[in-house]
Design a binder for this molecule. Structure first.
Ligand SMILES: [Zn+2]
Ligand SMILES: [Zn+2]
Length: 135
């Protein structure tokens, strides 16, 4: 543990807490971006990615990141905006549809914990533990 480089701006910072992957200034910036996006979607439901990126200036990559992190949910009428990474079914938030999430939760759990401890801790993860064995 010690000083680490912020992957976003390259500045050195002391990570505090499990979410400290980027420096505090970048966290603040990300939060602002998230708030902007949230407000925009609240006032403009049903917008597609092209509208969002041109109206807010937020990159599609960033919008996707928030969605995949489960921080943002696609509003009604935006079906197809975000799809399950496994079967391609339309979903409103996260990476997978409910079916796939429970099917692959066991496999995913291991991979996610190793590669991205933060993703493993996202809300909803707790719902997925059941003891059915693999077929
Ligand atoms: Zn930074
Ligand atoms: Zn699926």
């Amino acid at each position: 543990m010690g000083v680490t480089n912020c992957p976003r701006c390259g500045k050195m910072f002391y990570p505090v807490g499990k979410d400290a992957k980027i420096c505090p200034e970048c966290v603040k910036e990300e939060e602002q971006v998230f708030e902007t996006l949230k407000e925009y979607l609240r006032e403009n439901p049903g917008k597609n990615m092209a509208d969002i990126t041109s109206d807010t200036g937020i990159s599609a990559k960033k919008v996707n990141k928030f969605l995949r992190e489960g921080r943002l949910e696609v509003t009604e009428g935006m079906e197809g905006f975000l799809t399950c990474m496994n079967c391609g079914k339309s979903i409103t938030t996260g990476k997978y549809c409910n079916d796939c999430a429970s099917k692959i939760s066991k496999k995913l759990q291991t991979a996610v914990t190793r590669d991205n401890p933060r993703a493993a801790a996202r809300p909803g993860g707790a719902k997925m533990h059941y003891l059915a064995g693999d077929k």
